[in-house]
Design a protein around this ligand. Structure first.
Ligand code: SF4
Length: 286
C-alpha cells in the first residue's frame, strides 16, 4: 500500500470531513447509535434522529430502562425498526456486562455485524481494524482493479488501513465512497486518483430496492399507526394504514415474530413490557 496514497486520502479527509455530530465524540454508545442508524439510512436523514435519540436516551442505562414502545416511537421515521430493538437489547447487554472493547467482542452485541463492530472499535477504542462497507469495498476494488470479495477484500482493506489513525482512515474511506468514489465516480475531484487502477470496476449505478408496495413499507406503516396510540384492532389498522387485508396480516405476523408488536385479544399494540432495565436492576434480576 502506497504511503503517499494513505497520506493523500487523510489530508483530503482532514480538509473536507463532513461535520457530523458523532465525529465530535469517542463515546462508544454515541458511536454505536450513529452506526446503527446509518445502516440502511442516508447520513443526512440520520443527523436529526441521532440528536433527538441521544437527547431522549443519553446513556446505555437510560435506553435499556425505557420501554421498547418508547424506543420505537423515538426511532419513528428511520425505518427498519428491528434496528431499534437490537439497540435496546445491546444497551441492556452493555449495562449488564460492560462494553466489549474489541471488534471481535463487539459482534456479540445484538444487531452488530463485522462492519459496525469495526467502526465502533476503531472510532471509540482506537483499534487498528478496517471497517468495510459497500462504499469501502467499491473504493478498494477500484484501487486493485478487480471486484474484491471475501478474503481478498479483507486482505486489501487490512493492507490499505492507516494503523496510526484507524478511526480517521475508516471515516475517510466512508466519505470518499459516499461523496467522490460513488457508483458513478467523480475522478476529477478524487484525492487518490494517481494511485487508482481502474475506475470502471463497480461502475453500474446501484440498484435501489423498490420501497412502494414492499413489506418494509407495510411494516413501517403499522408501527407508525401504533406509535402514538394505545392499541388498535385489525380493522382500525387497515383503515389507518390503507393496507389490504393480506398485506396487513403479513406485516403484523412479521412484526410480531420480530418482537416489535404484540397481540392483546383482538387488538395490536407496541410491546407494553417495561424496559430491559428498571429501577437500577439488571436484566435477569428480579
Ligand atoms: S480515481 Fe475515481 S475510481 Fe479511483 S478512487 Fe478516485 S473516484 Fe474512485
Amino acid at each position: 500500500m502506497s504511503t503517499a496514497r494513505r497520506d493523500a486520502l487523510l489530508a483530503w479527509y482532514d480538509a473536507n470531513r463532513r461535520p457530523l455530530p458523532w465525529r465530535q465524540t469517542r463515546d462508544p454508545y454515541a458511536v454505536l447509535v450513529s452506526e446503527v442508524m446509518a445502516q440502511q439510512t442516508q447520513i443526512v436523514r440520520v443527523v436529526p434522529h441521532y440528536e433527538r435519540f441521544l437527547a431522549l436516551f443519553p446513556t446505555p442505562e437510560s435506553l435499556a430502562r425505557a420501554p421498547l414502545a418508547e424506543v420505537l416511537a423515538a426511532w419513528s421515521g428511520l425505518g427498519y425498526n428491528r434496528r431499534a430493538r437490537f439497540l435496546h437489547d445491546a444497551a441492556a447487554h452493555v449495562v449488564q456486562h460492560g462494553w466489549p472493547t474489541t471488534s471481535e467482542e463487539l459482534q456479540a452485541l445484538p444487531g452488530v455485524g463485522a462492519y459496525t463492530a469495526a467502526a465502533v472499535a476503531s472510532i471509540a477504542f482506537g483499534e487498528a481494524v478496517p471497517a468495510v462497507d459497500t462504499n469501502a469495498k467499491r473504493v478498494l476494488s477500484r484501487w486493485e482493479a478487480t471486484p474484491l470479495e471475501g478474503t481478498r477484500l479483507a486482505e486489501a482493506a487490512a493492507a490499505a488501513l492507516d494503523g496510526d489513525r484507524p478511526a480517521d482512515w475508516n471515516q475517510a474511506m466512508m466519505d470518499l465512497g459516499a461523496r467522490v468514489c460513488m457508483p458513478k465516480p467523480d475522478c476529477d475531484s478524487c484525492p487518490v486518483t494517481d494511485w487508482c487502477a481502474d475506475a470502471s470496476v463497480y461502475s453500474a449505478p446501484a440498484r435501489q430496492a423498490r420501497f412502494s408496495g414492499s413489506t418494509r413499507q407495510a411494516r413501517g406503516a403499522v408501527v407508525r399507526a401504533l406509535v402514538h396510540g394505545n392499541s388498535a384492532s385489525h380493522a382500525a389498522l387497515a383503515k389507518q394504514t390503507g393496507l389490504a387485508t393480506t398485506r396487513l396480516r403479513e406485516a403484523l405476523e412479521a412484526l410480531e415474530s420480530d418482537g416489535l408488536v404484540e397481540r392483546s385479544g383482538r387488538r395490536w399494540q407496541l410491546p407494553a413490557a417495561a424496559g430491559r432495565i428498571s429501577g437500577g436492576t439488571t436484566p435477569g434480576s428480579s
